[in-house]
Ligand binder design. Structure first.
Ligand code: 13P
Length: 273
């Protein structure tokens, strides 16, 4: 992950962090990365492991990364328990996120420090979140947005030495009911004092112009989940609804192709290719 984040910083762009839930999603994302010759991050959130168990996903994700022709980091998104964080690192994830954003500031710092100490033993990097991103990741309760406080962000990064920081600037997980008004003024304040690479969650539905502006203000990792899951589901629907006898061997590449197209589209925006 450090390599991918450094690449993004050096090139004034953002690495796409693409959520995956099955083999086809992994294949589609890696194909897009290789074709555009761009490093990416494959990630899965703890809450998604009900549908896509870690013991099945992790070996596929790690193997895909090892065999890719471009650097691919493998990341635990929205880790909620130390148990899951340890398991992901043991499987070879290069990066983990602890989401303690709903805890009070001091507790968020304490939990993040504990995860950082654990990850350091294996050379894995750590993402934390400060402020509250709206919507939900998985089927946990929906959250009201609470923008990251720039002063607290500086204290948080100094105290935890975290490798990247997810900020809340009006962004939310899932499909936005209306185009969000991202608080670039808040992001700018954070970017002025915080040297840690910044992460934007809730990438689905954000416009090209907004991505470009966010990248110009220090965003180095952008999470995309819903757009890929929707692309896959719609491809499956379009195929199966038109076939009298749908077959898996035709369906599988169609699902991978839909994710590939979505990932490629986002990579182009994030890297200005
Ligand atoms: P979206 O589902 O809105 O793309 O958000 C992805 C995300 O932030 C995962 O953590």
């Amino acid at each position: 992950m450090t390599e991918v984040l450094n690449w993004a910083t050096d090139n004034n762009c953002a690495a796409g962090a693409f959520s995956v839930g099955n083999m086809e999603m992994i294949m589609g994302a890696v194909k897009a990365a290789e074709e555009t010759n761009t490093p990416i991050i494959l990630q899965i959130a703890e809450k998604r492991m009900k549908q896509s168990p870690l013991h099945l996903m992790a070996p596929m994700m790690v193997s895909a990364a090892k065999n890719a022709k471009v650097p691919v980091a493998v990341h635990l998104d929205h880790g909620l328990t130390m148990e899951c964080i340890k398991e992901a690192i043991a499987y070879g994830f290069t990066s983990v996120m602890l989401d303690a954003s709903l805890f009070p500031f001091e507790e968020n710092i304490a939990y993040t420090k504990a995860v950082k100490a654990e990850a350091d033993k294996y050379g894995a990097t750590v993402e934390a979140e400060l402020g509250v991103v709206g919507g939900n990741e998985g089927d946990c309760a929906k959250h009201e947005i609470l923008c990251t406080d720039p002063v607290k962000a500086k204290i948080f990064c100094d105290e935890t030495n975290v490798d990247c920081l997810a900020v809340a600037i009006g962004n939310a997980h899932g499909n936005y009911p209306v185009l969000p008004e991202l608080r670039f003024d808040v992001l700018e304040e954070i970017y002025k004092t915080v040297k840690t690479p910044l992460v934007l969650h809730g990438g689905t539905g954000i416009t090209r112009e907004m991505f470009v502006k966010a990248i110009s203000l220090g965003i180095r990792k952008i999470n995309i989940a819903t757009a890929s899951f929707d692309a896959l589901a719609n491809a499956a629907k379009d195929y199966t609804f038109t076939q009298e006898k749908p077959d898996y061997f035709t369906l599988s590449p169609k699902m991978a192709e839909a994710v590939y197209e979505n990932v490629k589209k986002h990579i182009r925006v994030f890297t200005n290719k």
